[in-house]
Every structure is written in C-alpha cells, then in structure tokens.
Design a protein around this ligand. Structure first.
Ligand SMILES: Cc1cc2nc3c(=O)[nH]c(=O)nc-3n(C[C@H](O)[C@H](O)[C@H](O)COP(=O)(O)OP(=O)(O)OC[C@H]3O[C@@H](n4cnc5c(N)ncnc54)[C@H](O)[C@@H]3O)c2cc1C
Ligand code: SF4
Length: 509
C-alpha cells in the first residue's frame, strides 16, 4: 500500500463536503485536527467562539472516526503551539508523504501554509475552498474591467447562476431583484419576539467550557449563557426553527433595533455557515422553499437570500481581491485609540452600551447594531481603523478575517475609499431613534445636537461631515448633505463642531 496522505482540517472547515475529504482513502489516509494556541490567541477571541470551535471540532472528529477514518486530534491542553508544529508531528506519527489541506480563510495563515512545503520537505497541496458559491477566479473575472464594484450586480449574477428565486423565464420572482425598501421597518414592539430554543451542552461541550473558563479567563464572553449548536444536526434544527418562527418577520425588522431582544428575527446562523456546519446554497434553497410553500413573504425570503448569496460571497471576493494591502487602508486617517469602555460597554449611550455589552457577553450583535450603532460611532469619532477591526475580530463568534475585515474596514468605516460601499454609513441619532426603541431608555435626547442632554451621535455626525467635507463633496450620495451643512449659519456650525470637539475630548477616555 502506498504511503498515506495527512489531511488537515481547520476549525472553520468542519464539513463532510470539505474538499480535503474528497477521494480520501479511509483505510490509508490520516486526518489531523488541532486546537492550537497560536490560532486561539492572536486576538482575545470571545470565549463563546473558542467553545464553539473546539467543541464542534471534537464532535466532527467523532463523526470522522465513526466513518472509519484514523484521526489525530490534538487538544488545547496538550500545548501544541502552532498548526505547523501539529502538522510536523502528524507527519511523523502517520508516516504520510504528503499533506493535503483546504486553503484557509485568512491571508495571514495562507502565507504561512504556503511556506510549509519547503520547510517540511514533503508536498503540501492547498485546495480551493469550494464550499463558497463564488470561487476566487469567478469573482476576479466578474471584477476585472469594472471601475466600481457594486454588490447588487454581483448578486443578480449569483441568482442567475444558481437559479435562486427565478421564475420560469429566468427572471426574478415578483418582477424585482431586490426588496430592500420593504426591509427597513423600525421597531416599536409591534409584535412579540419568539423565544429561541436553547441547546443543552453535552459532555463534550461541558468539558470544553471548563477548559476555556480556565485557559482564557480574561477573554470576553459569559459562558453561563452559551447556547450554540456544535453539530450539523443541531445547527440545522436551529435553522429549521428560524424558518418556522422568525423568517416571516425577518424582512420587516431586518434593520430594526430593539431594547428587549439581542437577536430579534435574525437567523443566528453566520457562525454555523462560517465553520461548515451549514451550507450556504442549502440554506438559500430552504428559504426559497419556505416562500414557495407560502410560509413567508417574498420580501423576507429575498432579503435573507441576498445576505448569503449576495453579501457573504461578495465580501469574500473583495477580501481576496484586495488583500494584503486592503488591511492597511484608512481613507479618513482615523487613528483615535479605541476607548477602554469598548471592552466593558460602560457608556451612557444606551444603544451603544447595549450593543457592546451583548457583543462582549454573547459574541453576537445583529447587522444594524454592528453597522449603524457600533461601526457608525467608530466612524464618526475617527477611531483607529486597525484597532476597531481587531475588536470586531475578537468579539464575535462568527468573526473570521475574510468576512470581518471587509465588513468593518470597508462597510462600517469606509476605510477602503468606497470599494465595498458607495457611501459612508454615517448617521445621526435620528436614524437610531427611527429604527428602534433605545432612545426612550437613554439619558440623551436624539432631538438635541448640543448641550448636556444632546445625543452624542448628532454633533459627532456633523463633526464628521465638517472635517471630511472635501472628500465627501466628491461623493454623489453625500454631496447634497455637505452642501446643506455649508449653507447653515456659521455660528450654528461652530457651536456644533465645538460641541463635537468636547464630546471627542471627554467621551473617548
Ligand atoms: C462591522 C461589521 C462586521 C461584521 N463582521 C462579521 C463577521 O465577522 N462574520 C460574519 O459572518 N458576518 C459579519 N458581519 C455581517 C453580519 O452582520 C453578520 O453576518 C450577521 O449579523 C450574523 O447574524 P445572523 O446570522 O443572525 O444574520 P442574519 O441577519 O440572519 O443574516 C443571514 C446571514 O446572511 C449573512 N450575512 C448578512 N450580512 C452579511 C454581510 N454583510 N457579510 C457577510 N455575510 C452576511 C450571514 O451569513 C448571516 O448569517 C459584519 C457586519 C458588519 C457591519
Ligand atoms: S439618544 Fe442617542 S445615544 Fe441615546 S439611544 Fe438614542 S441614538 Fe443612542
């Protein structure tokens, strides 16, 4: 029998559809999974994320063993320092003469893995991760020759390519590609947010929770509230629950902010998609079926599918298209250090405090909290782009650089000169008031711009417009706002900018 191949599976590649398993010889080949210190600690990852990944890896290893594979599993307490070290030892243990892996989702790790072959002296083959719906080549051919990238056009091509929500003539169902205008409702407690079923932590998860409590004592994350699925079956059950109980309202309240619920009608599936417990096309098809069976509106189904078939694939395309230079971009030269209260949530700004606290405690915030509450504040206050991106990478259970970086640096902070989004997502307190019910519980008033009761988002918004007016004037969608600002009485403008200065000098400590 020829020498075995060592097949490496990373913590975010936990799927039987992982290309590394295709053509694997169950009797001959060895599988390697390793919980390594380097990957678990290059940012202070939320403890929910570490438990999710380690427990899901352990469950996946058990599935592979049940299928007859020989699995080398290196657990965190064995103290393996790096993936490279794990592979080096795995080669010795297995006698393998080659390493096969699926390309990782982070540029940093890809560069590292590309150096292994010469160091190890055996072939190291990296395969494309075909669990994504747009390959890197596909995105590059879509992007080539375009002066501007816009998600909407990419998304339409993806709908056509995968035949999702199309009628018999291949045209969009309902006659429109995009029902975003129906997805912007604000929250005034119009209906009840259904309780999410929790999943009982089994023995494996309990053991990992104990390990993480001890080894990552200073990281964010309240593990008494751990409620994530760690197997494919449980992740699917969670998604089935969403389709039955929340999907129909997802469309209406996709952009809403609620005091009473951290997750409202959102899917809570990004972490499962990102580590391989759910597959993106299957998820979109299940939602399409729900609409065809009359269980949700077209706007809800389209809105949800757009996030996955559109945004998720698009941000990954942007990441690989523009890395590694992308990570250094900083359109507005934003360099103010991250305030320490980003790590506690202790601020009087109610909307921000709630979004930060739930992010730290649960590792979850929905899109509008990430974009229009936390990201918007960071943009308006000119917080350091690299520090903000590292914070996002650390706190969310679904954070992997391929998806976190374009969303944070590009969409939230407009740090990439508009490659991701056509205009900065800058907004005053009025937007946050319109979208939800936080302001009622806040000590600030969203209608005031200066003075002790004034909502800080208001003066900071105009401060941002004022200090970047040269850049913003050139933006077709912001030019009018800058024009309006310039027409305002000079003494009004000065009072607002002075108040903004004061907020920046006091609120960021
Ligand atoms: C500043 C910022 C940082 C973000 N960081 C991450 C991250 O680290 N990891 C991550 O998976 N998502 C990230 N997102 C995208 C989005 O906010 C999350 O995917 C979503 O909140 C996850 O919750 P959900 O599963 O309940 O999503 P839902 O609202 O139910 O949406 C369904 C699915 O669509 C996908 N999706 C939606 N929007 C996006 C998007 N903009 N980019 C990629 N996929 C999207 C996700 O897979 C999500 O599960 C970020 C967004 C912003 C604005
Ligand atoms: S008043 Fe301002 S800070 Fe307070 S909740 Fe509303 S938007 Fe947020």
């Amino acid at each position: 029998m020829s020498a075995p191949t060592l097949r490496l599976i990373l913590g975010d590649q936990l799927s039987l559809a992982n290309p590394v398993l295709a053509n694997a010889d169950v009797k001959r080949d060895w599988i390697l999974l390793a919980e390594v210190a380097e990957e678990a600690s290059y940012v202070p990852h939320n403890r929910h994320k570490i438990v999710l990944i380690f427990s899901a890896m352990r469950h996946f290893a058990a599935t592979l063993r049940e299928q007859g594979f020989t699995v080398i599993y290196r657990s965190f307490d064995e103290g393996v320092s790096s993936l490279y070290a794990a592979v080096e030892e795995g080669l010795k243990q297995s006698g393998a003469d080659a390493v096969l892996a699926t390309a990782p989702g982070e540029h940093r790790l890809l560069v590292d893995m590309q150096s292994w072959e010469s160091k190890l002296g055996v072939p190291v083959l990296l395969q494309e991760d075909d669990r994504f719906l747009a390959s890197r080549d596909y995105f590059e051919s879509w992007a080539s020759g375009r002066k501007q990238f816009r998600m909407e056009y990419f998304y339409r091509e993806m709908r056509r390519q995968y035949g999702v929500l199309l009628d018999e003539d291949g045209e969009p169902e309902g006659g429109k590609w995009n029902y975003d205008a129906d997805n912007r409702g604000g929250w005034r407690a119009q209906t009840t947010v259904p309780d999410r079923p929790s999943i009982a932590a089994d023995d494996i998860t309990q053991e990992v929770i104990a390990l993480v409590e001890e080894s990552f004592a200073d990281n964010p994350g309240d593990l008494s509230q751990f409620r994530l699925a760690v197997t494919r079956e449980d992740a699917q059950a969670q998604f089935d629950w969403f389709c039955a109980h929340a999907l129909d309202n997802f469309g209406n309240y996709q952009d809403a902010l609620a005091e009473e619920s951290p997750w409202m009608f959102h899917g809570l599936i990004s972490m499962y998609l990102n580590i391989g417990l759910l597959e993106p096309l299957a998820v979109c098809q299940q939602v399409e079926r729900a609409w065809r069976d009359g269980r949700c509106s077209l706007a809800a189904a389209e809105g949800f599918i757009r996030q996955i078939l559109g945004w998720r694939e698009y941000v990954r395309g942007i990441y690989w298209h523009a890395m590694p230079e992308y990570a250094q971009r900083n359109t507005f030269e934003a360099r103010h250090p991250l305030p320490p209260w980003f790590w506690t949530g202790d601020t009087d700004m109610r909307c921000l405090s709630q979004a930060l606290k739930q992010s730290l405690e649960l590792g979850y915030a929905h899109h509008i909290q990430r974009l229009m509450v936390i990201g918007n504040f960071a943009l308006l206050a000119g917080l350091d782009v690299t520090e903000v991106c590292e914070w996002y990478l650390a706190v969310y259970v679904d954070a992997f650089e391929w998806v976190e970086l374009p969303n944070t640096l590009g969409m939230a902070l407009h740090g990439d000169h508009g490659l991701m989004a056509s205009k900065p997502y800058a907004a005053s307190g009025k937007y946050i008031q319109r979208q939800g019910n936080h302001c009622k519980a806040c000590r600030y008033d969203p209608k005031q711009t200066t003075g002790d009761k004034a909502c800080p988002y208001n003066s900071l918004y105009w401060h941002f417009i004022n200090r970047h007016q040269d850049y913003l004037t050139k933006n077709a969608r912001m030019g009018l706002i800058v024009g309006g600002w310039k027409k305002r009485d000079a003494s009004d403008r000065k009072a607002i900018v002075d108040w903004g200065d004061r907020i920046l000098a006091t609120a960021l400590d």
